[in-house]
Design a protein around this ligand. Structure first.
Ligand code: GLV
Ligand code: MN
Ligand code: MN
Length: 415
């Protein structure tokens, strides 16, 4: 499976450009559907386009099983990438999920509840700007009309991208029927830092996700000649933007947060023309929600003084994974182990976090990344650690599908 994926969307940096609803994404979706079909998993799509491959040998249909309290255990991740992303962020969770199904079958396991493998669409938000768009719309955390109106760098709307991918936006929206099937969601993911290297452990269980968000800053200016316009006569949009970049670093340091301006658009974009407009995107995160909010408020106030317009594009508060489910995974991992599996928080967003916020008992497993680098071609996981991840996920699925049926949490009952 890994070698099938190796060339899809690969670019000269050695990284990947796999953006939602592009030709590369189409190839990956076809690949996913093919891998599910090869295993006899019944592939369905929800109203957003997230793919689900169902394994249920009965009795009855998946929905009948769900109606009698046998909610599904679901595992998977995403196949899209950031610009020049690594090979593992996303695909590792999908490949390990499919492999875990193979392992369960090879061991003769008959799940007592339906099992599904998922490929969530548009996790990175690289094309339209909102991360986890697929799971957010699915769970009602992103308004479908807002999502459909988003545009990419070429001005193509999400709605048009869906049409080009051969699907009408008419049915696009939350899918409570699909969500009602899910009793537990487990996402395996490459670690995006160096904690497991330092702890000398191949696999960890996740505890929580830092609060994080994205803001768009629009700085106005006036286009003019770079040689003939006196400095005092200029309205250079780049200056406000430069303040934002340097301010972000300074305020993040003061408040113990992280802040990144990783994307910028300059108009008109000529070397010898004063910028008439600069748009910069701020990504802000941190362990302490109050500090993150205060940091962004401070940067927003500073930018507004230079005449900038500031728009919040997304915000995800602190997300805690389901304690009972996470403890259960940890017990499974610790069963024959000499040392207990580490528990790690993360600054990265995930579909599992969006599902957790929607009240679905969700948990994550992290696989060691020796470089500690992510969202870059340098992201890596050794084969041996990937196999440890598969083994861990397989055991967790075995426990969840043959042990006690994952009981609904309070939040789930309220849904
Ligand atoms: C997703 O990977 C994110 O945290 O930006
Ligand atoms: Mn990512
Ligand atoms: Mn990811």
């Amino acid at each position: 499976m890994w070698s099938d994926l190796e060339s899809v969307g690969r670019v000269s940096s050695g990284g990947y450009r796999r953006f939602a609803w592009t030709a590369e994404d189409h190839t990956l979706r076809e690949w996913f559907a093919g891998e599910c079909a090869r295993r006899g998993l019944d592939v369905t799509e929800d109203r957003v386009g997230n793919q689900w491959g169902w394994w249920w040998d009965g009795p009855g249909t998946v929905d009948e099983a769900v109606a009698t309290g046998r909610k599904a255990v679901v595992t998977g991740s995403h196949l899209d990438s950031v610009p020049d992303g690594g090979a593992f962020d996303g695909p590792l969770g999908v490949v390990c999920a499919l492999t875990a199904v193979d392992q369960l079958r090879a061991a003769g396991i008959t799940p007592q509840v339906p099992v599904a493998v998922t490929n969530f669409v548009d996790e990175e938000g690289a094309r339209f700007g909102i991360a986890c768009a697929g799971s957010r719309v699915l769970t009602g955390q992103l308004d479908p009309a807002t999502a459909l109106a988003l545009t990419d760098a070429d001005g193509t709307s999400y709605a048009d991208a869906l049409r080009s991918a051969g699907r009408g936006p008419e049915t696009f929206g939350p899918d409570p029927e699909m969500l009602r099937r899910v009793g537990a969601f487990v996402e395996l993911h490459v670690e995006q830092g160096r904690a497991l290297v330092d702890l000398d452990a191949p696999v960890a269980v996740a505890s929580d996700i830092w609060p994080h968000g994205r803001w768009r800053f629009d700085f106005p200016g006036e286009a003019n000649h770079a040689g003939t316009t006196r400095l005092e006569d200029r309205r250079d949009a780049m200056l406000g933007y430069a303040d934002l970049v340097l301010g972000a670093r300074q305020v993040a340091t003061q408040r113990g947060c992280v802040a990144t301006v990783g994307k910028v658009r300059v108009t008109p974009g000529g070397v010898n023309a004063i910028p008439s407009h600069v748009t910069g995107w701020l990504d802000a995160r941190g362990a302490d929600e109050e500090q993150v909010v205060a940091m962004v408020d401070e940067l927003t106030a500073g930018a507004r003084e230079t005449g900038a317009a500031v728009t919040r594009e997304s915000w995800t508060p602190t997300t805690r994974f389901d304690q009972r489910l996470s403890d259960r995974l940890r017990r499974v991992l610790d069963r024959d182990a000499e040392v207990s599996a580490p528990v790690l928080g993360t600054g990265a967003g995930h579909d599992a976090g969006i599902l957790a916020t929607a009240g679905i008992p969700s948990a994550m497993l992290f696989v060691r990344n020796p470089t500690g680098v992510s969202h870059s071609p340098a992201e890596h996981a050794e084969r041996e650690d990937c196999l440890a991840g598969v083994a861990a996920l397989t055991e967790c699925l075995r426990d969840l599908t043959t042990g006690e049926v994952a009981a609904p949490t309070t939040a789930e009952t309220q849904r």
